[in-house]
Design a protein around this ligand. Sequence first.
Ligand SMILES: Cc1cc2nc3c(=O)[nH]c(=O)nc-3n(C[C@H](O)[C@H](O)[C@H](O)COP(=O)(O)O)c2cc1C
Length: 326
Amino acid sequence: MARGAQFLGSETAILCGAMSWVSERNLVSAISNAGGFGVIACGAMSPELLDKEIAATKAMTSKPFGVNLITMHPALFDLIAVCAKHQVSHVVLAGGLPPKGSVEAIKDTGAKVICFAPTLALGKKLLRSGADALVIEGHEAGGHIGPVSTNVLAQEILPALAADHLVFVAGGIGRGELIASFLELGAAGVQLGTRFAAATESIAHPDFKKAFFRGHARDAMPSVQVDPRLPVIPVRALKNKGTEEFTAKQIEIAAKLDAGEIEMGEAQLAIEHYWAGALRRAVIDGDVENGSVMAGQSVGLVTKEEPVAEIIAELMSQCEAALASR
Ligand SMILES: Cc1cc2nc3c(=O)[nH]c(=O)nc-3n(C[C@H](O)[C@H](O)[C@H](O)COP(=O)(O)O)c2cc1C
């Protein structure tokens, strides 16, 4: 884990993955202050809002933290400029392959670039294009997910890349013993979201947190794709009325696509806007029936509200005990 921590500039190589609406100044600074690595979720934020959020986070921690930018954001390059202005040390690019020039633009600011690698081939390509580190995230994770489990991704990608590159593993991690196993396979560190979303310092609505404490692994289900022509990236969230609404939303958007009222790109953007709105409803307004309570399968391991420092300390002691007993 030391090389991961050195790369991040943090005490431990435990990242708290960016979570839209949840990963703002309070949670991000708490994670970094507790020895982990917090990441601001820029999501659909405007450059002005991101500017304020970074400044506010800096006021709450002197430790390094990152900013997660979504590659399809229409103002991606303006957001990169905001990160440069604040000399953000690490930028995470999420949501698809980085558009031309974006990795270079970030590196020109002196920041390190972390990319999500959905397959070994794409991981190699991203490293060739200048990514400084990779995150591999399995199907168990909360939020937008890929089709392959964390265990299989880790076995495919870590032995091939981890000796020479920094690879962080995400998806379904709830205990330190599992972190130990990924470190043994060569991971530089790990990224968790679900375990931190309901932490004391998270600004998520109390009802959102309660839904996490009640939720079991089998309640955190991926969304279904109703129309094969409309490629929807599945989202894992706790089952509720909102899950059904999303199915109806897809049918509505597919009909518009058929009628030639919108283009495919617009259709996909409409879906992403839907998710951002639905997640806000759950996280900020506490509407856990109609909103999207994005959560990974490890939600079953989240049973009470805990300060992030305690969560990180517990993960690290479980990890250390597991490694010491080998
Ligand atoms: C409520 C929620 C919102 C999320 N939002 C984002 C996001 O905006 N951008 C992103 O890259 N990942 C997002 N994720 C994924 C996390 O950053 C992280 O990679 C994931 O939660 C790790 O898997 P785990 O949930 O099994 O710990 C989100 C996850 C959750 C639970």
